[in-house]
Design a protein around this ligand. Structure first.
Ligand code: C2O
Ligand code: CU
Ligand code: CU
Length: 463
């Protein structure tokens, strides 16, 4: 039976109260793809829904239409969304290093938009910056060749002052680049390599996403993973590779497994780490990505393990071990990361309040500094309040070299190549960066999307 058929059967039966009074074992519901579980905190019964996955597409001749749509958040809870090609999250784009990208963005929203490929190193025209926004009914053509290492990138709207709302209402997706170095590692693939876009939301009485940001940004009341409320995922006794993106507007997640088992971190924003590392907690700020292997081989069939957010105490995703046979391997990975060294220039950036960098709000027409092409610089990020500020840079990946104040340390997920780094209260973070791909105007901004929309963003030019 297909899930859709089952769900209509379920809603038909629900009214009769027969189904809700039964135990799942009696009905054998689990195989059909839905069941009732005790929620955290005990007492109440929460239903969990199968984790949704976006369709996978190639970018060689792709049309992405930003449009109004409806999406099933789970169990027939239909929500109005703004979504790429009507899908929430948007289609998962996958391509190889060296491939050509030809994407036409069509704006069928009631307001201006533009799409940015967060993490991808492309020229100004293809970067999807606010000044490239298109009005309703218009299209924008992107055309470039992928020339960067394997990684999970993040596409989302970037119109001036509207980014938070448009991302929140459902417009975001993953863009996976593969390359030969990664392929040689024999990582879990196909059904064993899965995207997890984690975010939060607040729903109104009709299950629609409501956008009501406060001074701390848009902090939602419930988690959604891949656009699914209270999701579960059946997994085999095997090793899975999860491509994780914090797609929330403002919420930071501290990921743990409920049994405190380790997760093997193999990559982050800019691709594979120099060496994989086993961790039992991984923090992710808005826009950050991690590449994680989870080993389910040693758990008996029927075991459940919850992916949790330690910061909110939320249950994010329940893994249900659902096989007897054991397969797969847990590889140790390594990659060559050439360290940036000897910066020639040092720049300081203070993230002030909710809307300013170095005392100034974003002005689309103003270029705040110039960076010579191909030269390593040290950029120092600090905050004078209203942190956290996840700092994001367009046009290049950077390497994080130190954090002083606040947490006073660097974390394993901050090694290698990054494009977003979390600045918590009282912290100073130093990064080394070199723009050696394109000259042109790029952006640096806070990736708490409400701060970005309020003006905590700046143009700079690589010359
Ligand atoms: Cu993810 Cu300038 O953004
Ligand atoms: Cu970006
Ligand atoms: Cu901020």
């Amino acid at each position: 039976m297909k899930r859709r058929d089952f769900v209509s059967l379920l809603s038909a039966a629900a009214g009769s109260s027969i189904l809700w009074g039964c135990r799942k074992e009696q009905l054998g519901i689990q195989e059909a793809g839905i069941d009732m579980m005790s929620a955290r905190g005990g007492g109440t019964i929460a239903t969990r829904y199968p984790l949704k996955f976006p369709t996978t597409v190639t970018p060689s001749a792709l049309t992405l239409e930003s449009k109004l749509a409806t999406s099933d958040l789970g169990g027939g809870m239909i929500s109005n969304v703004w979504a790429y090609n009507g899908q929430f999250p948007g289609p998962l784009i996958r391509a190889n290093k060296g491939d050509n990208v030809n994407i036409q963005l069509k704006n069928s929203l009631p307001e201006e938009t533009i799409t940015h490929w967060h993490g991808m190193i492309v020229d100004h025209h293809n970067d999807g910056q606010p000044m490239s926004s298109i009005i309703p009914g218009f299209t924008y053509n992107y055309s470039f060749t992928i020339n960067q290492r394997a990684a999970l990138n993040f596409y989302h709207p970037h119109p001036h002052m509207l980014t938070g709302k448009q991302v929140y209402l459902g417009q975001s997706g993953g863009f996976i680049i593969n390359d030969a170095e990664e392929a040689a590692l024999n990582l879990p693939s196909g059904p064993y390599e899965l995207p997890l876009i984690i975010r939060d939301a607040t729903l109104d009485g009709n299950n629609n996403l409501t956008y009501k940001p406060s001074s701390g940004g848009m902090i939602g009341k419930i988690p959604l993973v891949n656009g699914t409320r209270s999701p579960y995922l059946n997994v085999e006794r095997s090793v899975y590779r999860f491509r994780v993106l914090n797609g929330a507007n403002a919420r930071i997640f501290g990921l743990v497994l409920s049994n405190n088992a380790t997760m093997r971190l193999i990559g982050n924003d800019g691709g594979l780490l120099a060496a994989s590392v086993d961790l039992n907690r991984i923090d992710m700020a808005n826009g950050e990505r991690t590449d994680i292997l989870i080993d389910f081989r040693n758990y008996p069939n029927g075991t459940t393990i919850m992916l949790r957010d330690l910061r909110s105490g939320w249950d994010l995703l329940e893994f249900r071990i659902n096989s007897i046979t054991i397969s797969g391997e847990l590889p140790v990975t390594s990659s060559v990361i050439t360290a940036l060294t000897n910066p020639v220039t040092t720049r300081q950036f203070s993230f002030d309040g909710m809307s300013k960098i170095n005392g100034r709000e974003y002005d689309m027409e103003r270029i705040d500094w110039s960076v010579p092409f191909g030269v390593t610089e040290k950029w120092i990020f600090k905050t004078s309040g209203n942190a956290p500020h996840p700092v994001h840079v367009h046009g290049a990946s950077f390497q994080v070299v130190s954090r002083t104040g606040g947490r006073n340390q660097l974390f394993p997920w901050e090694s290698g190549w990054k494009d977003t780094v979390l600045l918590e209260d009282r912290e100073t973070v130093e990064v080394l960066v070199r723009f050696d791909a394109f000259k042109g105007v790029y952006l640096m901004h806070c990736h708490k999307l409400e701060h970005e929309d309020m003006g905590m963003m700046a143009n700079f030019e690589v010359i």
